[in-house]
Design a protein around this ligand. Structure first.
Ligand code: C2O
Length: 517
């Protein structure tokens, strides 16, 4: 079936933390934004009208592979022109995946202004479909009282030599605070957890309860018991929670901000957020958040140990190995701050996808895309391995568009919490001679955390012709250039992709020098 959403995007007012009313990006006059819900196999159509007046825009459907529809992926100047105020753009693609996703604006720093929400693909054939009674979607997010356009420049400026990221004003749960999830005793529920934040990772636990992880980033996993999760921005977990045989008490659902990411912690910033597994409205609500541990004392579940239920084995030795190193350094020019192998990703004048389509035989030559986009051309069906080393003290959740990837290795924890140690102040780079075995059925996901001063190794197959962004999902870091492009199977892409006329109209309206082909 076809599921159609008409999105009239305008500024509206909202006060989700009860502390401050500000303008946010609304859809059809509303905020929080509508959750997109589809079934596998549906055709999803989103007609977007940009009524913001003063801002360009675009939508990315995070985690959707867009196989055959690269032009519907959404990142501005990668696969489309930014949609100018007063213009429309239609996203139209087949949903061939299951699970928990989200959508967000993908034009400069636009999604932290509230332009992000869950996208759920329902699946009555999921391996756990008969194991729960009811499902709830839970988003968590940092929240700023200031418009991103007023924060981003100071982040990049010479007054911020250490590159300290903007500190949020609060942390939301389902775009508000103090949420109650009503439950019955002795019953199992599916919770879909999504971190839709700009910056800060969250620890998640339910006081006195364990749960089973059954999905990460759209990949079903063998049900795996856990009690504490670390959910970086853009990551998703589905968990099955079975309630106790009691109605005497309600139990806190706690999120704790990862303070390792925050350069300063204002005294009025509430780091813990308590919501409720509500067994009974008349039972007590014990205030657990005052005794919550510091983020660095929590011991999160290690996602690298999860096993996908489809049993997909470790990919063979790579045809191409890509070594990249993260460096963050403020060059005090108000622009350059993030580097992958000494390149700051800088948007081209024409969306890279359109350059592929109009360049004929030259499309396989990475030089035509400009060094500043950090392009790597991949051959169709190559096995690709990325080794990412972090020579920075920051945590970087990296996301690959168009794919999920196998997670082969990550720098092992020095202590129990692999996200909070800094290796004694020295970067540890990946050394393949020390690592010969990888999991035989590796975890797969589309966003994976590069720990401070550590590394990770991932693999995927270049079976999806397209231009795909690979970037840190911390929105401040992306704006600073912490990204690169994969130009995947450009010849096959030229053969199969045709772009609807309204996509080129956005370019003309935006004044981008591209007329279509
Ligand atoms: Cu949700 Cu380019 O990412």
């Amino acid at each position: 079936k076809t599921v159609t959403y008409d999105f009239n995007v305008t500024w509206v007012a909202a006060n989700p933390d009860g502390l401050y009313e500000r303008k946010v990006v609304g859809i059809n006059g509303q905020w929080p934004l509508p959750v997109i819900e589809v079934d596998k196999g549906d055709q999803l159509v989103v007609n977007m009208y940009n009524g913001l007046g003063d801002k360009t825009s675009s939508i990315h459907f995070h985690g959707m592979f867009q196989n055959g529809t690269n032009d519907m992926d959404g990142p501005s100047m990668v696969t489309q022109c930014p949609i100018p105020p007063g213009s429309s753009f239609t996203y139209n693609f087949t949903v061939n995946q299951n699970g928990t996703y989200w959508y967000h604006c993908h034009t400069e720093n636009c999604y932290p202004d509230g332009y992000r929400q869950a996208l759920i693909v329902h699946d009555k054939d999921a391996p756990f479909a008969n194991d729960y009674e009811e499902e709830f979607t839970v988003t968590m997010s940092d929240w700023y009282h200031t418009l991103t356009e007023d924060i981003a420049p100071s982040y990049m400026s010479l007054y911020n030599p250490t590159g300290a990221e903007p500190i949020p004003n609060s942390f939301l749960f389902n775009d508000t605070l103090n949420v109650s999830i009503p439950v019955k005793p002795n019953t199992t529920y599916l919770l879909r957890l999504i971190n839709i934040a700009a910056f800060v990772s969250q620890y998640f636990y339910i006081e006195d309860h364990t749960f089973k992880i059954v999905e990460i980033d759209g990949v079903y996993t063998e049900p795996t018991e856990a009690d504490t999760l670390y959910i970086a921005v853009a990551q998703r977990y589905s968990i099955l929670v079975t309630t106790k045989n009691t109605t005497d008490q309600n139990f806190p659902i706690v999120t704790v901000a990862d303070t390792v990411l925050l350069d300063t912690i204002p005294s009025d910033l509430k780091l813990n957020n308590t919501n409720w597994l509500e067994y009974s409205k008349s039972a007590p609500y014990p205030q657990a958040d005052i005794q919550v541990a510091q983020a660095q004392d929590l011991v999160p579940f290690d996602d690298i140990t999860l096993v996908p239920s489809d049993g997909m084995p470790l990919l063979p030795e790579p045809d191409i190995q890509i070594n990249v190193t993260v460096i963050m350094q403020n060059l005090m020019n108000g622009y350059n701050y993030a580097f992958l192998n000494n390149i700051t990703y800088t948007a081209p004048k024409v969306p890279t996808l359109y350059t592929v389509l109009s360049s004929g035989n030259l499309a396989t030559n990475s030089e035509i895309y400009g060094e500043f986009t950090h392009p790597v051309v991949l051959n169709h069906n190559d096995v690709v391995e990325i080794i990412l080393n972090n020579n920075d003290t920051g945590t970087h959740p990296f996301h690959l568009h168009g794919h999920n990837f196998q997670v082969l290795d990550r720098q092992p924890p020095v202590g129990p919490n692999f996200y909070s140690n800094l290796n004694g102040g020295n970067p540890v780079n990946y050394d393949s001679s020390n690592h010969t075995t990888f999991p035989s059925v590796p975890a797969r996901r589309d966003t994976f955390v590069l720990p401070p001063y550590g590394y990770f190794v991932i693999r995927f197959v270049a079976d999806n012709p397209g231009v795909w962004f690979f970037h840190c999902h911390i929105d401040w870091h992306l704006a600073a250039g912490l990204g690169m492009l994969f130009i995947e199977a450009p010849t096959q892409l030229q053969e199969r992709l045709s772009i609807p006329e309204d996509h080129y109209q956005a370019c003309r309206a935006a004044g981008v020098p591209y007329e279509g082909n």
